[in-house]
Design a protein around this ligand. Structure first.
Ligand SMILES: C[S@@+](CC[C@H](N)C(=O)[O-])C[C@H]1O[C@@H](n2cnc3c(N)ncnc32)[C@H](O)[C@@H]1O
Length: 251
């Protein structure tokens, strides 16, 4: 992305500050871009929340919780899907584990291009333990692989898109109960999943940010010109598993 083409929220005058994750690993995942500034011409643009990368400590906390759960297949058979990948911070963190593949799905082309660049750097630095693919597409158009999948959402879109994505998952995994798990961080639209037939909530709770992430988020969010988003010391999250249409809804 050239200097002039930077999205609002990625410019110093918009209060842009680099997160320690980017400084440590020499990648570019920082910045806060409101959904209204992420127009692509797609009908789902209006349901886009914002671009903001997940706190690494929250992602790793959620991943570790999932890791402690029983699962039907070894990790090496799983595809990790980062729906609404932005510049790819969660994708990079996921790729430090030996998944079969990690796929970043991002609607906005400029963010997808940054994710590609970051993933290439990650590979060069030798940090990637799984192959990574970046797809510039709407989440609801994604064609699922034939493998078990672990998906990650960091509150990327509002309820209509989440509902459409769940329908697509339910169709694709109709005959594969237990083979789709969902990590949902900052689960603002979680009501969509409540009592949804075929889904079981395996865990829900607040994941604390590390002191470093908490300080970085506070500095970054206090620096916004319009002060729209507030920082927090913890992130409400949940983990869901697709059990199939034959199974009762979660209690
Ligand atoms: C809050 S950011 C999360 C970034 C990343 N997952 C992370 O945790 O670092 C949400 C991203 O979802 C993207 N997004 C929103 N709606 C989308 C859609 N329908 N399909 C694909 N990506 C979408 C936004 O453009 C934004 O980059």
């Amino acid at each position: 992305m050239g200097r002039k083409s930077k999205l609002p929220g990625l410019r110093v005058k918009d209060g842009y500050l680099r997160h320690p994750f980017d400084i440590e690993y020499q990648v570019e995942t920082s910045g806060l871009v409101h959904g209204r500034n992420l127009k692509t011409g797609h009908p789902n643009d209006r349901h886009n929340t914002a671009y903001y990368a997940v706190a690494p400590s929250v992602f790793l906390g959620l991943r570790d919780l999932w890791w402690s759960l029983p699962r039907p297949a070894p990790l090496a058979q799983y595809t990790f899907l980062d729906f609404g990948a932005g510049m790819g911070r969660a994708t990079l963190l996921a790729a430090t584990m030996p998944f079969r593949q990690v796929v970043a799905i991002e609607l906005h082309p400029a963010l997808a291009a940054m994710a590609r660049k970051n993933c290439a750097l990650w590979q060069i630095q030798g940090r990637a333990k799984s192959p990574i693919r970046v797809v510039c597409a709407d989440a609801t158009d994604f064609v699922f692989p034939e493998t078990p999948c672990l998906a990650f959402l960091f509150n990327p879109f509002r309820a209509p898109v989440l509902r459409a994505l769940l329908k697509s998952i339910e169709r694709s995994f109709r005959d594969r109960p237990g083979h789709f798990d969902l990590l949902y961080a900052n689960h603002e639209m979680e009501a969509v999943l409540h009592n949804r037939p075929g889904w079981q909530r395996l865990w829900t709770g607040n994941i604390p940010l590390s002191p470093q992430d908490e300080q970085a988020d506070r500095q970054i969010l206090n620096h916004q010109p319009d002060g729209e988003y507030a920082s927090s010391t913890e992130e409400p999250c949940s983990i869901y598993r697709w059990l199939g249409h034959d199974r009762a809804a979660s209690p």
